[in-house]
Design a protein around this ligand. Structure first.
Ligand SMILES: Cc1ncc(COP(=O)(O)O)c(C=O)c1O
Length: 487
């Protein structure tokens, strides 16, 4: 047996002291991690690593600073927010509770689950005696929700989700994320997944009637679709969906992983839109951008059906409810409440959307649409090549438009997000507590980006030809099956 450290072992202190950083870190991240992803991003100059300057500002290796509106809605207070780092110092010196209580009781878990249920019950009194199951990601929160629903209606076999919906990439949640790019090689997926057009109550009603209401386990819905490109459903859709499902006893799962806890301006977007869901999933912001916390909040009777009596170990995990994750979740929730960040998000988001609309009016050949609510803002680009193209090429052009637009935005000093299930939409998801002056500078930079790219074809002509050639070669090596067009 060989003893001692393997060659090239990297010590934690080297990372902490930034002796291991920059290009060396990126290269090894690529070599021993998701090489293709980081390779593509690096071609675009978007791979980092980036370092925190302030919670809202990041710098790259060359010292260029950018305002951060990326993070896929999971960094509600920016990077390393003092409210959490100060608290964590205290936690590390004072906490005596077990790190992973698992099958014993834990005060941090108890506090966070109590607060979540009380917060929800304030909006939806029917949830006063609901119960929480903690996990460590959004997709796992959905897996839990699907199991709770199935245990409640064991004879039913169909689960319904919506076109352009996104619920995660583990097998259960993936089955309800109707995107061939993510699903195809994994077929057959979990059986019984049906897709309905988002926002179409008539289609949902006929689908349920066609398969028979007793055969439907659950309907899973995002109150506003995030990865689908920020799609806000028509008024009455969510409340109508709730009434329909209640009539038939079908379980409603509101996936609030992206929208919940203030991102779209409300504690629970589904409740704000008149939906009293049976199960609500949360994740992203609950970890404060520093830890992994997912939660499935479930009506009492449904919770008991899966985890009742001797069946109480039917669903479990090792890390859910861990002390540090729960402590950060608890502090994050407290900070959201103390500063009424959902209301702030709604107000700042109105300013942001108004500005995006002005930019769109000025540059209609760049922006096909702008959308948003709260600090979930989206820009949908005109395709950068307008020629009639065969379907496969059209998809590629859509995808390239958003990717190169992200690069141009980056060049103007703003970091944004792609949308995992919408090809040519770039989203801005800044911290909910971003100071107003920083937010305004960010929107000025978005305007600068548009001025540099007054029509979408400039996104291509502003890209250095050598970079375009390398990207084209990279794209040609990717599998051909792509996300269905969103335009
Ligand atoms: C609405 C929604 N549900 C589920 C997920 C999956 O969460 P995670 O990436 O933490 O697994 C996401 C992630 O983007 C999401 O936006």
């Amino acid at each position: 047996m060989t003893v001692g450290l393997p060659d090239g072992f990297i010590r934690a202190s080297e990372v902490l002291d930034e002796r291991f950083a920059g290009t060396a870190a990126r290269q090894l991240d690529q070599q021993f991690g998701n090489e293709e992803l980081l390779y593509g991003l690096n071609l675009l100059g978007l791979a980092g690593p980036f370092s925190r300057v302030t919670p809202w500002e990041l710098e790259d290796e060359a010292g260029v600073r950018r305002i951060n509106a990326s993070g896929y809605a999971a960094t509600p207070f920016g990077e390393m927010p003092p409210v959490l780092t100060d608290f964590l110092q205290d936690f590390l010196t004072k906490n005596r509770a077990m790190g992973l209580p698992q099958q014993s009781s834990g005060p941090w878990r108890a506090a966070l689950q109590t607060n979540l249920v009380r917060l929800l019950a304030r909006e939806l009194p029917s949830h006063t005696d609901s119960q929480v199951f903690f996990c460590s990601s959004g997709t796992e929160a959905i897996e839990g929700a699907l199991k709770f629903a199935k245990a409640w209606r064991p004879k039913a076999k169909f689960q319904i989700s919506f076109s352009s919906g996104y619920h995660g990439k583990t097998l259960g949640s993936l089955s309800l994320t109707p995107n061939p790019e993510y699903q195809d090689v994994f077929r057959p997926l979990v059986p019984g997944a049906l897709t309905c057009p988002y926002g179409d109550l008539t289609a949902l009603t006929s689908l349920i009637r066609r398969v028979g209401p007793d055969n439907v386990v659950c309907v899973v819905v995002e109150p506003i679709q995030g990865e689908g490109g920020v799609n806000i459903p028509p008024a009455g859709f969510l409340s109508g969906l709730g009434e329909l499902c209640r009539k038939y006893g079908i379980v409603v799962i509101a996936d609030e992983i992206q929208t919940g806890l203030g991102r779209t301006g409300h504690w629970f977007e589904s409740a704000a839109q008149g939906l009293d869901a049976d199960i609500i999933t949360l994740a992203k912001p609950l970890g404060g951008g520093m830890t992994a916390v997912g939660a499935t909040i479930v009506r009492h009777a449904i919770y008991k059906k899966m985890l009742g009596g001797l069946s109480s170990k039917r669903h479990s995990n090792t890390f859910g409810g861990g002390a540090m994750a729960m402590a950060v979740g608890l502090k994050s929730l407290e900070y959201l409440m103390d500063n009424d960040l959902p209301a702030r998000s709604l107000k700042l988001g109105e300013l942001g959307l108004a500005r995006l609309r002005t930019i769109q009016a000025e540059y209609p050949r760049l922006l096909e649409d702008v959308r948003g609510q709260g600090l979930l803002l989206a820009m949908q680009f005109k395709p950068m090549l307008g020629l009639p193209l065969p379907e496969v090429l059209k998809e590629l052009v859509f995808e390239a438009t958003a990717i190169l637009a992200l690069r141009e935005l980056h060049g103007s000093g703003v970091m944004g997000n792609l949308s995992l299930s919408s090809k040519r939409t770039v989203r801005l998801t800044p911290a909910l507590d971003m100071p107003e002056d920083v937010f305004k500078i960010m929107m000025n930079r978005v305007a600068d980006f548009a001025a540099r790219n007054p029509a979408s074809r400039h996104i291509l002509t502003n890209t250095p030809p050598a970079m375009t050639a390398k990207l084209a070669k990279f794209a040609a090596s990717k599998p051909k099956k792509r996300t269905p067009s969103d335009g």
